[in-house]
Design a protein around this ligand. Structure first.
Ligand code: GLC
Ligand code: CA
Length: 516
């Protein structure tokens, strides 16, 4: 695993909404470069940038039309290269977003593939051999060319599925992953990776990584596919970092990924924390952490105690954390997010409490996700400092409320969410036990009960983390002694075999003796 992942704290940038450098209303790479001081100032040392490649943007760029060219609206390949260089000068790193499962219908491979005459791209996508047969279990495109067949799609109807083969073949048109055409698809994707890694990119966040090989319920075909990618990386780019959108770390890590996301879909119970009717992190205190912690423990064991699970504050697909939580609640969320194993991912704007914008008309296939993708609010200037274009030209309307949070207000207020997160990152960065590979042991994670407590440790130290999101005082029996309070928000005390946490509190306590 690349050494820098040990203490990486990621910042996710949705490029169209971060910073517009040329007044066309859309964020761009030069804009990102101009804000690196801000990101570094917060304490983040790594970026994940959503797809920034040529695309018709029916799914905000997750419909790639040319994998090796930056979309003109974001700048040029040279701009991206400059971003890599600027980051590296600061000791920072960057993951690009690799979308290997599907392309846009406008990709030249797909255009060739629609041709009824056999050619190199005929089997690049998942096609049935008759217009009357749909690929089982998938939506599909049909009747758009003279080719006699239906093409499976992965997400929107504009995103035809690339052909990596079928793990269990049930129809004659299905190929096995090792057949020449699926092998050529994987080779083409490896060339894309090589192209960006050579240019200086540090790795990839991989979109829908579990979905490439079809009819693969247990994930064996996809694990085998990613192992081939691992062989390529070990040989040519051993320092490249790979983070998967998969949601099942035991499988993705076996496939050679370094880290996996817990997500709003899949079996992780991530939604129990922040995004369900009674989330654990609400001050109402009616949530339950037990199912999340149990699943986490199982994954932790299945990954041989490596854990390497990334828990994002949110992302471009989920509701903003601030849709349901106030600043007090958000601070407790971040005490948790920044003290768990794996690398934390902060979605741009979450650090200043940016809100979900209600009632927006969908932009570029965002639908309900559009409200979480609005322009970053930098200051009280025109368009919140995001762009000097006319308001109507902005990619997505900005939060219209006059009391909207901004980076500037946050930076200048000692008690802001931003400054709390900055403190938390600093503490994480100075204690290896709190970083990616530090061990975790849950001390208190009970059904319908508060607080949550766990010990992070490595061979240097043991740190007890206590998190009480609820607005009630609560506690649990604990037989150990604390030595130094590394972080506190509210009052958390250890005395006479008991821990007592004041309403809405969090603390990190360095332990000298523990008997549990
Ligand atoms: C992933 C992306 C999402 C996109 C989808 C299809 O889930 O995060 O934004 O729409 O894949 O590529
Ligand atoms: Ca721009």
């Amino acid at each position: 695993m690349p050494k820098w992942l040990d203490n990486a704290v990621f910042y996710e940038i949705y490029p169209q909404s971060f910073m517009d450098s040329n007044a066309d209303g859309i964020g761009d790479i030069r804009g990102i470069i101009s804000k690196l001081d801000y990101i570094e100032g917060l304490g983040c040392n790594a970026l994940w940038i959503n797809p920034c490649f040529v695309s018709p943007f029916t799914d905000a760029g997750y419909d790639v039309a040319d994998y090796c060219t930056v979309a003109p609206r974001y700048g040029t390949n040279d701009d991206l290269k400059t971003l890599f260089e600027e980051l590296h000068k600061r000791g920072m790193h960057v993951l690009l977003d690799l979308v290997p499962g599907h392309t846009s219908v406008e990709h030249k491979w797909f255009k060739e593939s629609m041709d009824p005459e056999e050619n190199v791209y005929t089997h690049r996508y998942v096609w049935t051999d008759s217009i009357w047969e749909s690929p089982e279990g998938m939506n599909n495109i049909r009747g758009i060319s003279q080719r006699d067949g239906c093409c499976g799609v992965n997400f929107f109807s504009t995103q035809p599925a690339l052909n990596y083969g079928f793990y269990n073949k049930t129809r004659p048109w299905q190929m096995s992953p090792d057949d020449p055409a699926p092998t050529a698809t994987l080779d083409a994707m490896i060339s894309v990776m090589r192209f960006w890694l050579k240019m200086g990119c540090d790795g990839f966040r991989v979109d829908m990584a579990a979905s490439l090989v079809k009819n693969d319920e247990e994930g064996k075909g996809n694990i085998a596919l990613w192992k081939k990618v691992r062989t390529f990386l070990d040989k040519e780019f051993p320092e490249a970092a790979m983070v998967s959108e998969w949601g099942e770390p035991d499988k993705s890590l076996e496939g050679g990924f370094h880290m996996d996301f817990l997500l709003h879909f899949g079996p992780s119970h991530y939604n129990d924390l922040f995004r369900c009717d009674e989330p654990f992190f609400s001050k109402r205190g009616n949530g339950s952490i037990a199912a999340f912690a149990d699943t986490y423990k199982k994954n932790y064991e299945k990954t041989g105690g490596k854990g390497l699970i990334c828990i994002p504050s949110g992302n471009h697909d989920m509701d903003r954390l601030a849709r349901k939580f106030d600043t007090g609640e958000l601070k407790i969320c971040f005490a948790f997010l920044l003290s768990m194993p794996g690398a934390p991912f902060i979605y741009y704007g979450d650090e200043i409490g940016m809100r979900y914008i209600e009632g927006l008309i969908s932009v570029e296939g965002g639908f309900g996700r559009t409200g979480s993708r609005s322009p970053m609010q930098w200051n009280d200037g025109v368009n919140a400092g995001f762009s000097s274009a006319a308001f109507e030209k902005l990619y997505i309307p900005i939060d219209p409320f006059p009391d909207r949070p901004t980076a500037e207000k946050n930076i200048n207020d000692e008690n802001s969410l931003y400054n709390e997160i900055k403190r938390l990152i600093r503490i994480r960065q100075s204690h290896t036990a709190l970083q990616s590979k530090g061990k975790i042991e849950f001390v208190y994670a009970q059904e319908n009960a508060y607080p949550l407590a766990y010990i992070r440790s490595d061979d240097r130290e043991k740190i007890l983390v206590i998190i009480n999101p609820s607005d009630k005082e609560c506690g649990f029996d604990f037989n150990g002694a604390g030595q130094e309070l590394l972080y506190t928000n509210g009052i958390v005390k250890i005395s006479e075999g008991r821990i007592c946490a004041s309403p809405q509190s969090a603390a990190f306590i360095k332990l000298d003796r523990v008997h549990i």
